[in-house]
Design a protein around this ligand. Structure first.
Ligand code: PAF
Length: 286
């Protein structure tokens, strides 16, 4: 496996692959690869003839006071993991390579998908994500790009972007990979102390509670969300940012829960922000 750090070399490689009729898959990451990324890499490897894993801690998606500086970075380990999964290229550009002097363009997806949930507490986050993803899609020109369901709002935003900009790239979303107690795998889990790690287990338990309530007929967001909040608040160290139940396709609030329902939470555990969600198919009229 080759590690590529320049846009010029990355473009040259992917152009050659495309000229030779190869299909190209991309797994975009911020590095610090974990089992969730590995599951995406495995699926991408099986789907396409050439596979690029990108590892770039994108500064524009972090707000002031967020964890950009302490975000975990271990490029050697990332390269080893990507090579184990037979990626063709690890694309690991420096920040100046992606945002050179004079860079002055941002890509923004409309407010219905971005100014809700994570976008409320992190107002510039999605603009940073969409700008860098648009650049990665322009540089690598993948036929498919793979994302995890843990960042569900991001997957909807990126799907919108990929369609609206006629990228020709299919956005593939794969299920969240979890620890034994259900905690969603995340690069940020490395920040958790042993005690925080135990407390964090409550997030998935609260989401499973919501899933169970929907399965036995609860259709009122208020009751459902109260139960989720109560479960989360039973762990005093969990500081709730949001708990929502929404239409999973549009992120709209609904009066009656039916169809594809998204239940999503964001919490702070000390200085660490964690998000997770479940999607439940609720037969309409049931
Ligand atoms: O999900 C992530 O790791 C990032 O938001 C992404 C998609 C790689 C863009 O920086």
């Amino acid at each position: 496996m080759k590690t590529v750090t320049t846009v010029k070399e990355m473009r040259a490689l992917t152009e050659r692959w495309r000229r030779n009729g190869k299909t190209v898959a991309l797994v975009p990451t911020m590095g610090a690869l974990h089992d969730g990324h590995v599951s995406l890499i495995k699926a991408a490897r099986a789907a396409a003839q050439r596979l690029v894993v990108s590892a770039f801690v994108n500064p524009t998606q972090f707000g002031p006071g967020e964890d950009l500086d302490k975000y975990p970075r271990d490029l050697k380990r990332d390269a080893r993991l990507a090579a184990n999964e037979k990626a063709d290229v690890l694309f690991a550009p420096a920040s100046e390579e992606i945002y050179p002097a004079g860079f002055d363009t941002t890509v923004t997806v409309g407010t219905a998908l971005t100014q809700t949930m994570c976008g409320l507490a992190r107002p510039h986050h999605f603009q940073g994500v969409t700008t860098v993803v648009a650049k990665l899609l322009a540089i690598i020109r993948p036929h498919q790009a793979f994302f995890g369901q843990k960042d569900y709002q991001q997957t909807l935003v990126v799907k919108r972007l990929a369609a609206d900009l006629n990228t020709g790239c299919e956005i593939v979303v794969l299920p969240t990979v979890r620890e034994a107690d259900g905690l969603a795998k995340s690069s940020r889990n490395t920040f958790l102390s042993e005690e925080d790690r135990r407390v964090a287990g409550a997030i998935y338990q609260a989401l499973k509670l919501a899933e169970g309530m929907l399965q036995v007929g609860e259709r009122h967001p208020k009751e459902l969300l109260e139960a989720v909040r109560k479960r989360l608040k039973s762990e005093p160290k969990l500081d709730l940012e949001y708990v929502v139940a929404k239409n999973a396709d549009t992120l709209e609030d609904v009066l009656i829960l039916s169809g594809r329902v998204l239940v999503a939470v964001a919490v702070h555990l000390g200085a660490t922000r964690l998000i997770d969600n479940v999607i439940v198919d609720v037969p309409s009229g049931s």
